[in-house]
Design a protein around this ligand. Structure first.
Ligand code: COA
Length: 140
């Protein structure tokens, strides 16, 4: 594949209750295709900011615009709630990660300008062996 990411990242499956906090908070959006979930975005509100903890599209449905639509939907929701920004952490050099988010309106968020929870997320990711991660933010 050529990307410097831990092999287990490609095969690990999140535990069933990993996104229950997002579900309970009303900030888990799922694209349902006739009863089968094909994509989801799990966000969490921090003050006036919606942080995207995870955005995933099922492999056989990638490249159809679902990721872009989920991001736009979450941004509309956040705007409607009066939130000011959206944020996330991602791989800087994988084309469908940071460059994709940049094309959706996100910009690089230097670590020393990001709030503690975002810096902590980056630290946790590095501790898991993820390299070349960055934070991004978008004004709403
Ligand atoms: C990243 C991801 C959420 C994007 O969702 P998607 O539905 O596949 O993307 P879309 O169809 O909305 O395409 C959006 C853009 O992503 C980029 N993109 C998507 N797949 C790509 C690929 N295989 N190679 C390069 N760029 C790609 C393109 O720039 C595309 O832009 P376009 O609309 O101008 O063509 C999805 O591919 C995915 O789940 N990937 C694996 C998990 C992952 O990396 N999650 C993000 C963690 S931060």
């Amino acid at each position: 594949m050529g990307w410097d990411i831990p092999a287990e990242l490609l095969t690990d499956v999140a535990p069933a209750d990993a996104y229950r906090p997002h579900l309970n908070a009303g900030t888990l959006w799922v694209v349902d295709d006739g009863g089968a979930p094909v994509a989801f975005l799990a966000g969490m509100v921090h003050g006036e900011r919606l942080h995207v903890d995870e955005l995933d599209v099922r492999q056989d449905r990638q490249g159809e615009g679902l990721g872009r639509r989920l991001l736009a939907h979450a941004a509309d929701w956040a705007r409607g709630r009066g939130l000011r920004t959206m944020s996330l952490t991602t791989f800087r050099n994988i084309p469908w990660n940071a460059p994709f988010y940049a094309s959706a309106g996100f910009r690089d968020w230097p670590e020393d300008e990001a709030p503690p929870s975002v810096r902590q997320a980056l630290m946790n990711e590095r501790a898991r062996g993820l390299k070349d991660r960055c934070a991004m933010v978008m004004d709403l």
